[in-house]
Unconditional design. Structure first.
Length: 109
């Protein structure tokens, strides 16, 4: 009987120590994840700034003219076409979109 009591006490002490060690381990993991979160937020902010710089209309226009040799369309080259179609009913697939392109706009002069 005494042996069972001693084994029970030893088991409870081991459980207590294991629980405390696990709490410390989880605490370290939480701190590690907080540090990682801050680093990822910093990287996200840097990437947002980079996207803003790369998608600036002035930069795109400059690259189109200098690197691709594109020029603004001349008067009369752009024709606006308005299609009058009924709105698709709920559940109908979205209508297809076709894009026409003139090859001379994409070639270098």
């Amino acid at each position: 009987m005494r042996l069972l009591a001693v084994l029970g006490i030893i088991g409870m002490l081991l459980l207590f120590v294991w629980e405390r060690v696990d709490i410390v381990r989880v605490g370290y993991r939480i701190e590690q994840l907080k540090t990682q979160k801050v680093a990822l937020q910093r990287e996200q902010d840097e990437l947002r700034v980079k996207v803003s710089a790369l998608t600036a209309p002035e930069r795109i226009a400059k690259a189109a003219t200098e690197k691709l040799g594109m020029i603004p369309p001349q008067p009369g080259q752009v024709v606006m076409v308005r299609a009058v179609e009924p709105a698709p009913a709920v559940g109908d697939p979205s209508p297809e979109v076709h894009v026409a392109k003139n090859e001379r706009f994409w070639r270098k002069p």
